[in-house]
Structure formats: C-alpha cells, structure tokens
Design a protein around this ligand. Sequence first.
Ligand code: KIV
Length: 270
Amino acid sequence: MSIHTPKIDKKVTLNTIAAMKGNEPITMVTAYDALFAKLFDKEVEMILVGDSLNMSFMGKPDTLSATMDQMIYHTQAVCNGAKSSLVVLDMPFGSCLTEEEALRNATRVYRETDAQAVKIEGGKERASIIKALTQNSIAVLGHIGLMPQFVRSEGGYKIRGKDAEDILSLVEDAKALEAAGAFAIVIEGVKSEAAQAVTKAVSIPTIGIGAGNSTDGQVLVWSDMFGFFEAFKPKFVKEYFEGAAAIRQGIEAYREDVKSRKFPSEAYQY
Ligand code: KIV
C-alpha cells in the first residue's frame, strides 16, 4: 500500500524544522544543481548541497578536496531550482578550522547564495566554532558520528556507537552542539541504539543517515538512492531507481540511432 503524504506548500524555515521534532519525520536529500533541486523541491523539507559532490560528481576518492568556491557555485545552482525546501551548504574540509575562518567563509555563504544554513562536521571539539556562527546569526546544522571529512585521520570510515562509552561520547557531542545553537544534527553511520540515545538526549531534531529508524528525520545522497553512484553501495542506502542502468540504455539507443542514421528522422528536422 502506498501512502501519499501532502507535498510541501510553503517555504520551509528553521521554525518548521524545529516544530517537526517528535511530530513528523523530516525528509532531506542532497542536490548539486538546479535541475535536480527543482525535481526534489516541495517533496522534501531540506536539500543539502553536500561535499559528497566531490566524490559522485567530481570523481574524487573522498570529500576532502572540495573547496568553498565549488560549494558556493553548486549552492547557487541548487537555490535557483529549490524555492520551497530549506537549502543547507556543507562547509568543506578546512573551511572552519578557526572561528575567524569559519565566520569569514560562512558569511560568504549568506552573501553569495540563498542557502538558509551551513552544515559543519564535528562534535564537542567544534562547539566553540559553531557558537561563533550561531551568535552571529548564521544557522548551523551539526554533523556527528561517522564524519567523512575525518576519513584520513581516522584511517577509514568507521561505524560509531558500538559500546556504552562511545554512545556517551556521541550524546555529549550532540548536547555540546545543541548548547552552541545548532538547529539540528545529522547523525551518520552509527548503531541504531546510539542514534536513539542521541535523539532522546537533545531537544533539536536529529537527521539520520545509516543511523536506524529512531532519528527525527532521514537524509540520503541522491546519486546513491537513485542508483547512479556505482563505486560502492553502503548497506544503509535503499535504491529507489536504477539510474545508471536507465542512462546506459538511453545512451546505447542514441548511439545506435545515430550510427544507423535513424536519428534524426524527419520528425526531428526543420
Ligand atoms: O556530503 C554529504 O552529502 C553529507 C551527507 C552524507 C549527510 O554530508
């Protein structure tokens, strides 16, 4: 049985997201351009211009070489397509190492794009940087658990929250981000019971990715969920469309048509 939930009919704000905790699951996907942002707009409350674009669209092995200029360019494109969903720009690796740098870079986001918030990876150790932004009227979405920007220093992508000590550490991270003024927190790659403990411990919404079904919302990377990214397929990704197969079929048909001079037939000529 398919359930049809109403589409989003007005501009999503930070207040909309705050009010959803404990009431209605929050939907979020990534987008990197206007074309797809327009398709996702009104369907999901939030669109994340994730630095994952460095892997899926730039073809790099990790997110670390994404730059502020790149993120701003893609966010401008997404904002051209998304008029209702709340757009968040993912601050790239190395853009928020000090309060001054974070303020300078995040100010650029508000000046040069229509994004309503920025996302910053990091737990309690980043709380003072996040506070510097929120105290200067820049909305911040936190990101804890498995943090892709830490892949080299951690020696890989490691699932978190496997024991009581680590669950406590994640809860402390979340509380520190809430106290710093974050409006919500992404929890990535953690055991479901850890995400549940974090979600219960804070009064701001949690958005899970590979974090089970107890968080206040879910986020997926669009090129994963629509079957375009084939380099690897994480266990938590549900594929809603066989994108790569569909495109291959289309490009093969085009190639055959051109080679056999079936295209352009008269219908496609002036
Ligand atoms: O960059 C990204 O797409 C992200 C999501 C995985 C949350 O940070």
